[in-house]
Design a protein around this ligand. Structure first.
Ligand SMILES: NC(=O)c1ccc[n+]([C@@H]2O[C@H](COP(=O)([O-])OP(=O)(O)OC[C@H]3O[C@@H](n4cnc5c(N)ncnc54)[C@H](O)[C@@H]3O)[C@@H](O)[C@H]2O)c1
Ligand SMILES: O=C(O)C(=O)C[C@@H](O)[C@H](O)[C@H](O)COP(=O)(O)O
Ligand SMILES: [Zn+2]
Length: 358
């Protein structure tokens, strides 16, 4: 491993390693007991996966490559079935390993396939988007979508290691980098306001992989996630705070046929949650305004009206925080003070939805 690595411990289980030009050290994260390794990556993003695959071969592993459809098209039952077939034909045993190299869609899929193959084999995550580095690859939530909604099938399955090479962010399209900032800012709103200050001080630099605060932003966002999942891996309670903005966000993503990025939809969802909290008297005008200003400053959307609320409410009914017929939202009762809003009235939901219209 090169010098100057940032290591963020997740519970007592594994490290998130952040550094530059570290892809070739991926082999050191794979348990030596493994013989075979399946490298899952988007068919649209080959280079980092090749570096990882070569490094694994150099470490003596038998490497199988698994290109999958790009973005949300990877998170389907058909793709998972295809990968299970590949694992079966290659004779993957419980000591063999799955490695996900890519954005959050790839790490969600790779993690899910690892969680389910032989009821669980180790997974190493090598995230290549900002969003996957600070959120998706960390914490062991894995899953795929169904026609009824986002991440409706999945498992909690912690990785044995996470390797973030910030150098790969140089090729990430700006819109995808901006999408990742939504999860970074989410961590700021729910737990670490310094993140909001750093972004507000220089929003342009914040959306550059070479910005002066980039490594600190990644460190802080990963640390928020690591702290939360260390305490509540299976989302018995606390972990729900990581779902800030996701109740409406996931419904919008699905309604838009996944043509809107996850981070963009979550940004809108956070403004909606802030509007709900404001109407309940939980947050003041300034904190509500801060949502719009900091999200917009990095180029994230803050308004939406393309679908009728009642259509989105049907999907929100399938959100994992829903209990029976009662919707539950993560809201703030102050900066970095997340709580739950249980069963808001249709009137309150309609007023908040009207308030986020362009
Ligand atoms: N499991 C979790 O805890 C968790 C947390 C947050 C989000 N997610 C999931 O993550 C997904 C979103 O992840 P995402 O924003 O990374 O999207 P993504 O995986 O679709 O990646 C975005 C695009 O960037 C491309 N790409 C990736 N790395 C690149 C690189 N280094 N250079 C050039 N192009 C690159 C991909 O091929 C893709 O086209 C959603 O499905 C969301 O539900 C999961
Ligand atoms: O890790 C978590 O917990 C999160 O909620 C993080 C979210 O950013 C992420 O999008 C997650 O996949 C959402 O999970 P879901 O349980 O609402 O499907
Ligand atoms: Zn998310």
């Amino acid at each position: 491993m090169p010098e100057e690595l940032d290591r963020i411990r997740v519970g007592s289980a594994y490290d998130v390693v952040v550094g530059r030009d570290v892809l070739a050290s991926a082999g050191s994260l794979v348990p030596e007991t493994a013989q075979r390794v399946l490298v899952v990556h988007s068919a649209h993003l080959v280079d980092p996966a090749l570096v990882v695959a070569d490094a694994l071969r150099d470490n003596g592993f038998e490497v199988h490559e698994a290109p999958v459809p790009d973005a949300e098209a990877a998170k389907t039952g058909d793709v998972a079935t295809h990968l299970w077939g590949q694992l079966g034909r290659a004779g993957f045993t419980r000591t063999d390993v799955v490695v996900g190299v890519g954005g959050g869609t790839v790490t969600d899929l790779a993690g899910f396939v690892a969680a389910t193959w032989l009821r669980g084999v180790p997974v190493v995550q090598v995230p290549t988007t900002l969003l996957a580095m600070v959120d998706a690859a960390v914490g062991g939530k894995t899953g795929i979508n169904t026609p009824e909604g986002k991440n409706l099938v999945g498992a909690f399955h912690s990785p044995v290691g996470v390797l973030c090479d910030v150098e790969v962010l140089a090729t990430l399209p700006r819109a995808d980098y901006v999408g990742g900032m939504a999860e970074v800012l989410k961590a700021g709103f729910i737990a670490d306001p310094v993140i909001l200050d750093l972004v507000a001080a220089d929003p342009d630099a914040a959306v550059s992989p070479d910005g002066p605060a980039t490594l600190e932003l990644i460190h802080r966002a990963v640390s928020v996630k690591a702290t939360v999942v260390s305490e509540d891996l299976r989302e018995a309670g606390l972990r729900e705070i990581l779902n800030y903005g996701h109740t409406l966000g996931h419904a919008i993503e699905q309604a838009e046929g996944y043509r809107m990025r996850h981070g963009e939809a979550v940004a809108i969802g956070m403004v909606f949650a802030a509007e709900l909290a404001h109407r309940e008297g939980l947050i003041d005008d300034a904190l509500l305004a801060r949502h719009r200003s900091v999200l917009a400053s990095v180029g994230l959307p803050t308004s939406y009206a393309a679908r009728p609320l009642d259509e989105l409410l049907v999907t929100m009914g399938r959100d994992k925080k829903t209990r029976g017929s009662t919707l539950r939202f993560v809201v703030l009762e102050g900066l970095a003070r997340p709580t739950r809003l249980v069963g808001p009235s249709h009137g309150a939901l309609a007023a908040a939805y009207a308030a986020i219209a362009p």
